[in-house]
Design a protein around this ligand. Structure first.
Ligand code: SF4
Length: 73
């Protein structure tokens, strides 16, 4: 099994969070809001679920991937 290593982690320091220690899924991290972590209090979890809620409320025609309606449709 192969693990994942973040290209922004250099010696446990995050290169995109202003030199803060690597904290996967915390605000500023590329994983923030993109996945659910085992710790129910992890900040990424709330952001993840909020994003999902917003996606369910937004009609497909208003999303980036939704097909746009034209007068000729
Ligand atoms: S905090 Fe996130 S973006 Fe930064 S090094 Fe860690 S895993 Fe990568």
């Amino acid at each position: 099994m192969q693990g994942w290593s973040c290209p922004h982690n250099i010696n446990e320091i995050c290169q995109i969070r202003n030199g803060k220690p690597c904290e996967p899924g915390y605000p500023g991290c590329i994983l923030f809001g993109k996945m659910v972590f085992a710790d129910p209090e992890h900040p990424s979890n709330k952001a993840f679920h909020e994003k999902r809620r917003q996606q369910r409320k937004t009609p497909a025609s208003e999303t980036e991937t939704g097909a746009k309606k034209t007068d000729t449709d």
